[in-house]
Design a protein around this ligand. Structure first.
Ligand code: MOS
Length: 672
């Protein structure tokens, strides 16, 4: 239905006589709104209402500064929502929004992200990891080790750009509030609306039947959703529709913090690690803390007796950073995986062999055994498929038709996140078909299909005999489509409901027999470290004259437990790898310190890899049987594809040219 355009996205749901909302955004980065003159706006034909901080309906404040819009005259970042127009047509709303005159009292702002900035230590990093960890003495180990790498790596500020831009439709009636929104979690969003609006849960319904990508930007509610709900309070029952433009998305739906990571590796002559550390500096907004867990993957990857990770934040007058595909692991594997390549060179050891030598027997952080860990298998299988054995070790040794040619490798990892408490209902209909209901959301991953497979399998019936219903708070409670945990969390609930249903009603249930079950805690979570692993390979060409970088080939091999649906899984892996390519070569935000915003705030100037940028992308996986992760044996596949890709490309670029790029993106100037 998506491919043929028949799947209605949030904005396309037909509603009666909607009002169209157009936001007004602050043009200063810090200060106060002193006055809003809406006379010219109100005079436009078709304008229904103009919301301002001085007339907007009140919210419950004190929960979430990002969401508490129009509640005070404060401006905390450029682009903040400070007013909005509702009109009979989108054109009238947009024209009127342009005519809203805002007066400000400006204050000096600070958006400069540098190590010079005053930094602070957050209490935890997302979601609840320890901020700092330390084992042994990395400084002493470093001073004494024969082989060392000490370098600082930077990743840029990245913006989520799902194909479906953010859009919300909301209306109030006697039953309460109904919202169509492409959220990654209908129940989570209802919770947020409940606390911000001070409304009982039963009076809020959130529907997200089709979603055109989220990558984390739709994982938590952002301010535009609250704006739509507030505006709908003013339209006497008329639904209000808001579709954000791409430019508005660049200030309203989050971004990935830039990172500066000082990685230190020390090893013996043969490349066996004696110490590993990653000291991370990143930014957050001054109004709300978001601490990306960038140092966390360093804790589990390789064996080393001396280890340290730290996180420090600069609080700036910027929008609140947020979730973006593999938060933590994505930037947090770039730096160490390039550092590992540098160590391989320093030791004269093949980069794959170096990683194999540093395979830990147990999780270095917790001491727990891994439920399954097949990083080495992925590296070996990837090497075989990629043709690694023919590689000449010396950088800069291959030139073809005016291009330097190189290959590189990096590891990937992603944890198995599990959250108990998702609920599924199984019912047999008059037709003899099974209906399985769960308030999950398919954000474009194929989760809907996969849940149908899991349900049919657990019920012991054909796929065609099962209808899965998702995407609605009227259905049983489910966790957010995030952290690559959908199949794990929802699948576990579906399996439990299906098994209990069979146990109770046997093989021949009567029509309308029904059973609801909630997923319980995985009994093995305290016994094993559970992570998916992968190996990324890249071939990079760098033009000898211009420095132009091309990536004709990416190849990834993953060990992520059982793959329920090869077609959708492959799509997730290659989608993640493509996003990693985009991170490696193209995506970069230019923050103008004077005005406090990202200047290249649209797809014309913030380049996301397009078709012509992408070469061959191949994804494979090992058959991995993990009896501990969940009843399906799945580990999560939505995010691991992006992890390690940028490092593999940077390593290949170095192999091609001898130039070590430690700052993303890998642009032409780095080679000239
Ligand atoms: Mo993902 S960033 O956990 O939606």
């Amino acid at each position: 239905m998506k491919v043929t355009g028949c799947a209605p996205y949030a904005y396309e749901n037909p509603v009666q006589q909607p009002g169209y909302l157009h936001p007004v955004q602050a043009t200063i980065a810090r200060g106060c709104v002193t006055d809003i003159d809406a006379r010219a706006a109100t005079a436009i034909d078709g304008v229904i209402t103009v919301l301002t901080p001085f007339n907007a309906p009140r919210l419950e404040t004190g929960h979430d500064a990002e969401l508490e819009i129009l509640q005070s005259d404060r401006v905390s970042f450029r682009g903040q929502l400070i007013s909005a127009v509702v009109a009979d047509t989108p054109e009238a709303a947009s024209q009127a929004a342009d005519l809203v005159r805002v007066s400000y009292e400006r204050e000096a702002h600070d958006v400069t992200f540098s190590t010079e900035h005053e930094l602070y230590k957050p209490e935890v990093v997302n979601p609840t990891y320890e901020t700092d960890t330390e084992t042994g003495d990395i400084d002493a180990a470093f001073a004494a080790a024969p082989r060392t790498v000490d370098a600082t790596y930077t990743t840029a500020m990245y913006y989520n750009n799902p194909m479906e831009p953010h859009a919300t439709v909301a209306w109030w009636d006697n039953d309460g509030l109904t919202v169509y929104d492409p959220t990654q979690g209908v129940h989570a969003m209802r919770q947020v609306l409940r606390s911000v609006l001070g409304l009982e849960e039963q009076r809020i319904r959130v529907i997200a039947r089709y979603v055109g990508g989220g990558f984390g930007s739709k994982g938590t509610a952002h301010a535009h959703i609250i704006l739509t709900v507030l505006a709908a309070k003013r339209t006497a029952g008329r639904p209000v529709k808001l579709a954000l433009t791409r430019q508005q998305m660049f200030t309203l739906v989050g971004y990935r913090t830039p990172t500066m990571q000082q990685v230190r590796l020390c090893a013996d002559q043969d490349g066996r690690l004696l110490g590993i550390s990653n000291d991370v500096v990143e930014l957050t907004s001054r109004i709300k803390e978001f601490a990306e867990q960038t140092g966390v993957p360093t804790r589990n990857m390789y064996a080393a007796p001396n280890r340290r990770t730290t996180h420090r934040l600069a609080a700036l007058d910027l929008p609140v950073p947020s979730w973006m595909r593999a938060p933590g692991e994505c930037p947090g594997m770039f730096a160490p995986e390039v550092a590992m390549d540098e160590l391989a060179e320093a030791c004269g050891v093949d980069p794959i062999e170096l990683r194999v030598r540093n395979e830990p027997e147990v999780d270095p952080e917790t001491g727990l055994p891994f439920s399954t860990r097949n990083l080495v298998g992925c590296l070996r299988e990837g090497a075989r498929r990629f043709g690694w054995d023919n590689r000449v070790a010396t950088p800069g040794s291959t030139m073809k038709n005016g291009w330097w040619v190189g290959t590189g490798v990096a590891s990937s990892t992603y944890p198995v996140h599990f959250q108990a408490g998702s609920t599924a209902r199984v019912r047999i209909l008059d037709t003899g078909r099974y209906e399985v209901s769960i308030g999950a959301v398919d954000i474009g991953t194929g989760a809907w299909t996969v849940l149908t497979q899991i349900a049919a399998d657990a019920l012991g019936v054909a796929l065609e005999d099962v209808d899965v219903r998702i995407g609605d708070t009227d259905l049983p409670t489910a966790s957010v489509a995030g952290g690559s945990s959908g199949t794990t969390n929802w699948g576990t609930a579906v399996v439990e409901a299906a098994r209990s249903f069979r146990k109770k009603y046997g093989p021949d249930p009567d029509p309308q027999d029904e059973l609801t079950a909630e997923s319980s805690v995985n009994p093995f979570v305290d016994q094993f470290a559970m992570h998916a692993f992968g190996a990324q390979f890249a071939e990079v060409h760098v033009n000898i004259d211009t420095g132009e970088v091309r990536v004709p080939r990416l190849l990834g091999v993953f060990a992520a437990g059982r793959i329920v649906n090869p077609r959708t899984a492959r799509s997730q892996f290659i989608g993640g790898m493509t996003m990693g390519l985009s991170m490696a070569l193209h995506e970069q935000s230019i923050l103008d310190d004077r005005f406090g915003f990202t200047v290249n705030h649209d797809l014309a100037e913030y380049h996301v890899s397009g078709y012509a940028d992408v070469g061959s992308v191949e994804a494979y996986w090992l058959d991995e049987h993990d009896p501990y992760v969940n009843p399906m044996g799945t580990k999560g596949i939505g995010e691991i594809g992006i992890v390690g890709t940028a490092a593999a490309i940077a390593n290949a670029a170095h192999h091609a040219t001898g130039v070590r790029v430690r700052d993303l993106p890998i642009t032409v100037d780095k080679f000239l």
